[in-house]
Design a protein around this ligand. Structure first.
Ligand code: SAH
Length: 202
């Protein structure tokens, strides 16, 4: 998977490659799909949600420039796979999942696999996680037509935020937002297809 799908497509960040080799992806998908875990595709994880294609996880991780000592926030824990990949590299990963049952499942999975540096939360991630801000890295794994302002506010100076942005049913692009000297710069990176960012009603 790593050689053919990730390195061959140009992902070169060594910490990312090491993490992708290490995290057992087959333990993050439903047992009935575990034979497909290392294929070049997203997979259903129930509740209408998906675990992203391995290349996309690697690409987003690499573009976040992760390193030891950093603090990351993920919105959309899903299976917990992206959180685990980040947790192999950075000090602490905070991750929020809006579907209660998925949050419980992935929290238990990460714990069982020994990812003690991942802190999970059940809820709407639109407003980020202020108590633990600022974050060096913010990765949003669900798409919306804009980047939530609270997430931009909670990004550290020099930090990198990655999120798929686009209207429903239209092409989404992975956007990189960088914060430097208080200024934000956005770069359009790659066309992608993610499930929508949903909102809690209350
Ligand atoms: N990162 C995941 C893939 C997630 S799919 C993995 O590695 O498996 C996107 C996830 O975002 C879904 O589980 C969905 O329920 C969740 N989600 C959607 N809107 C959200 C919101 N507002 N806050 C938190 N999670 C959200």
């Amino acid at each position: 998977m790593v050689d053919n799908q990730i390195i061959a497509r140009g992902v070169a960040n060594s910490a990312t490659i090491r993490a992708m080799r290490k995290v057992p992806r087959h333990l993050f998908v439903p047992q009935s799909l575990s034979e497909l875990a290392y294929e070049d595709r997203p997979l259903s994880i129930g509740y209408g949600q998906t675990i992203s294609q391995p290349f996309i996880v690697a690409y987003m991780t690499a573009e976040a420039y992760p390193s030891e000592g950093m603090k990351a926030l993920e919105i959309g824990t899903g299976s917990g796979y992206q959180a685990a990949v980040l947790a192999e590299i950075v000090d602490t990963v905070y991750t929020i999942e809006i579907v209660h049952d998925l949050a419980v499942e992935s929290g238990a999975r990460l714990k069982k696999l020994g990812y003690d540096n991942v802190v999970t939360k059940d809820g709407d991630g639109y407003n980020g996680w202020k108590e633990h801000a600022p974050f060096d890295i913010i990765i949003v794994t669900a798409a919306a037509d804009h980047i939530p302002q609270p997430l931009i506010d909670q990004l550290a100076e020099g930090g990198r935020l990655l999120m798929p942005v686009g209207n429903r049913n239209e092409v989404q692009y992975l956007i990189l937002l960088e914060k430097r000297r208080g200024m934000v710069k956005q770069t359009q990176l790659y066309p992608v297809r993610f499930v929508p960012l949903t909102r809690d009603k209350n």
